[in-house]
Design a protein around this ligand. Structure first.
Ligand SMILES: Cc1cc2nc3c(=O)[nH]c(=O)nc-3n(C[C@H](O)[C@H](O)[C@H](O)COP(=O)(O)OP(=O)(O)OC[C@H]3O[C@@H](n4cnc5c(N)ncnc54)[C@H](O)[C@@H]3O)c2cc1C
Length: 390
């Protein structure tokens, strides 16, 4: 059985960032690292977008970046300059191939395509049983995620950011290539939080996504009909080709993912709770968290000390509780935010970098009543310490 210091399960965003970060850090030069994935990571299965100020580590593989975003609510709509931020996009395939190529050059890292079936933890080590081989390791970082694991165990509401996107090519120029549609709530809400998300690559090419923040997925044709209608109603375009599609569902929850960590198994990425609960944005957070985790490993402190709740966890919880109970309120909350506060401040808040004063300023933008109700419900729940979902 081959032995490794670290075994990373999953060569997705988190696994690759962890493997690369450790391999290029001299502190890990004598450590052996195995990266396992069931997939060869040769398909463009997703696009990642994130906002960032100035240059960043993914700039060499950026597909497109925008310096303006568009937001539309029911009554308010606006195009915003987001300087000093840029809204950046990376294609999955460029990320996977770039990272895998680099990782395979490190002498102490190996990538193997195999499906992990089981992990057994012993006091002194871990055994990973994969489809072809068994591996022995001292520490596992696991990025496998499944909803079932959290669905019946959560004390907290679980929503999903779910979507289907079409990559379209139109005959006529219809898109404004310098502006990404961050959220367009001008569509029918049908009792939910539903919006269109558009990433234009040129005047004739874009990714158009129908997105919900809600509890349950829709039948596929409902997302697709909505995209088709939007192409007609918003872009006045019927003559277009679908060149590709993407779909996804990202958990939106304050669920305590860290409860699954053990002495030798530590969950990372979405499986480790690295998706921002109130938005589903994960990619940039994964970059930050993996860098922090690598620094933390050098301290030799127990990994259970790595995860801490901060005040943004409570903000996320308040908003998720509102959206869970009154899913139709999403549009008015986001509309108030974008009408009354700058996108720069909203990005800063979502990046969890605001001051207390800025936090108050942001939270005072939407109507306060649902937030007070959500806060009181949480306090009541804390006092009664109910095991029930609150
Ligand atoms: C279509 C789509 C678009 C998204 N867009 C954005 C975005 O724009 N911005 C953003 O911030 N976030 C976005 N996300 C959310 C999030 O960034 C991604 O889901 C991200 O890939 C999560 O990284 P991860 O490493 O946790 O999981 P993944 O990238 O999914 O990696 C998990 C890996 O584990 C492997 N695996 C699973 N089971 C096994 C097994 N048994 N054995 C071996 N390997 C296994 C999988 O093959 C996969 O490679 C998007 C998600 C999707 C699905």
């Amino acid at each position: 059985m081959t032995e490794y210091d670290y075994i990373i399960i999953g060569a997705g965003a988190a696994g690759l960032m962890m493997a690369d970060g450790m391999a290029k850090d001299p502190a890990f030069k004598d450590k052996s690292i195995l990266l396992l994935d069931k997939d060869a990571k040769k398909t463009n299965d997703r696009t990642w977008c994130f906002w960032e100020q100035g240059p960043g580590p993914f700039d060499p593989i950026l597909y497109k970046s925008w310096d303006h975003i568009y937001f539309a609510g029911k009554e308010f709509k606006n195009s915003f300059s987001i300087a000093p931020y840029a809204y950046k996009m990376v294609q999955g395939i460029d990320f996977y191939s770039g990272y895998l190529e680099r990782i395979q050059k490190y002498p102490n890292v190996g990538f193997v395509q195999e499906t992990v079936k089981e992990i057994t933890e012993f006091p002194s080590h871990i055994e990973v049983i994969a489809s072809e081989h068994h591996y022995k390791g001292m520490q596992v970082f696991d990025s496998r995620f499944n909803y079932e694991k959290i669905q019946n165990r959560s004390k907290y509401p679980i929503l999903q950011q779910h979507f289907i996107g079409w990559f379209v090519k139109t005959k006529q120029p219809v898109f404004n290539a310098s502006q990404a549609t961050f959220m367009d709530f001008s569509i029918e809400q049908k009792g939910n939080t539903r919006f269109m998300y558009v990433l234009p690559f040129s005047e004739t090419e874009a990714l158009v996504e129908y997105t919900l923040f809600s509890e349950k997925l829709l039948p596929e044709q409902e997302y697709e009909m909505a995209i088709e209608q939007y192409m007609v109603s918003h872009f006045k375009c019927t003559d277009f080709k679908i060149t590709d599609k993407e779909k996804g569902s990202i958990p939106m929850t304050c669920y305590e993912f860290s409860q699954h960590n053990t002495k030798r198994i530590f969950y990372i990425g979405t499986a480790g709770g690295w998706s921002k609960p109130s938005t589903g944005y994960t990619f940039r957070n994964t970059e930050k968290k993996s860098a922090e985790l690598i620094e933390f490993l050098k301290t030799n402190k127990p990994l259970r000390k790595f995860t801490r709740k901060n005040r943004y966890w409570y903000f996320d919880l308040l908003i998720l509780n509102i959206l869970y109970r009154n899913n139709e309120l999403g549009r008015s909350i986001f509309e108030a935010l974008f009408k009354k506060r700058s996108p720069q401040l909203i990005f800063k808040f979502l990046d969890e970098e605001t001051t207390w004063y800025e936090d108050m300023w942001i939270t005072m933008a939407p109507k306060p009543l649902p937030f007070f109700k959500s806060l009181f419900r949480h306090l009541f729940w804390r006092i009664t310490n109910s095991k029930k979902q609150w």
